[in-house]
Design a protein around this ligand. Structure first.
Ligand code: UDP
Ligand code: MG
Length: 312
């Protein structure tokens, strides 16, 4: 098997059949074998039903892994990589925003340029609001300053890589999976190609502002311990300020005889220090929570059903 297309699907009932048709037409006459690994990520619509139909027809080799509930796209990709048997593996969405023709180009690049292990697509013309793009830019500049790995700002999950890269990604068994970070962490030489995302064929995006914020926090906490240091820094700064203030208050009393007029200052300081402390405990809590979840050593996903085919 030359190529495996790993396709996470969550409520993509209307898209899976057109997606397969698009793949078949894109790879017509390519001269190599390919398979599609669909992951049904606990969809609530007819996605599984349609995937089963596609599997029974086997117009091209198809595997279907169906989760017991929604575990998220990252878990879907992890499962797909485990079941992919291709020499090259490609991650692509089911909604036809990413054209299968581009995968064919990616395969060509890997074939012709052995020095590259990954071909990643980045969006050259994004159709998104100024606010969102400002937040995205800020996120990348923060995370790249804080962590040891460098995340590529426009690169998507849409990429094709060699089997060695797949093995490396699978060797990271962390529960909180943040694929942009994982791709950057495993390294390898990456070739970037531009692409323009098409409109979603059907259905709606699963992202909203809060999900993106959560995703950003996930990335920062997962790939940097710098926020933990913030507590030390804040503690030191407020400590030094307190000492200066103490000296000033004592001097005022000694030389000018003014008794400390306290009420407002005390309230403000209590509130300020209290909030700094809670903020820092919150940050520590984020890390402790993740350590807790990882220490339970739960699987990344539970597959309820796995449909494969006879591999030759
Ligand atoms: N997806 C998934 N599980 C989820 C959310 C999304 O498997 O919990 C899949 C979805 O079906 C699609 C891909 O991940 O194939 C990308 O999702 P979406 O199109 O919503 O994201 P966008 O393209 O807007 O970034
Ligand atoms: Mg999409």
């Amino acid at each position: 098997m030359k190529l495996s297309l790993v396709v996470p699907c969550y409520n993509e009932a209307e898209n899976v059949a057109p997606f397969q048709a698009a793949v078949i037409s894109a790879f017509e006459g390519c001269g190599y074998d390919y398979e599609i690994v669909f992951i049904n990520d606990g969809s609530k619509d007819a996605t599984l039903h349609n995937l089963k139909k596609i599997h029974s027809e086997q117009k091209c080799p198809v595997k279907v892994i169906s989760f017991s509930r929604n575990f998220g796209k990252e878990a879907g990709l992890f499962a797909g990589l485990q079941y992919a048997s291709g020499e090259y593996i490609s991650l692509i969405d089911a909604d036809l925003q990413q054209r299968p023709e581009i995968v064919r180009d990616m395969v060509k690049i890997l074939d012709e340029q052995p020095q590259y292990d990954v071909v990643a697509a980045y969006q050259d013309r994004r159709r998104e609001g100024k606010v969102l793009s400002f937040f995205k830019k800020s996120f990348y500049s923060i995370i790249n300053k804080l962590s040891d790995v460098t995340l590529q700002s426009d690169a998507s999950d849409f990429r094709t890589f060699r089997r060695s890269v797949r093995d490396s990604i699978l060797s990271l068994t962390e529960y909180h999976r943040f694929s942009k970070g994982i791709f950057a962490w495993v390294g390898y030489d990456t070739y970037f190609i531009p692409y323009t995302a098409c409109e979603r064929a059907s259905g709606t995006t699963k992202w909203n502002f809060w999900k993106l914020t959560e995703y950003a926090i996930e990335g920062i906490i997962g790939y940097s311990t710098a926020p933990l240091r913030l507590a030390t820094v804040l503690g030191t700064v407020t400590g030094i300020a307190a000492i200066f203030y103490l000296i000033w208050v004592v001097a005022e009393k000694l030389f000018r005889g003014i008794a400390v007029p306290g009420y407002a200052t005390i309230i403000v300081l209590i509130l300020l220090l209290g909030s700094i402390q809670l903020f820092c405990i919150g940050i520590i809590g984020e890390y402790v929570g993740r350590t807790f979840e990882q220490s339970k050593d739960r699987p990344v996903y539970i597959a309820k059903e796995v449909l494969t085919y006879e591999e030759t």
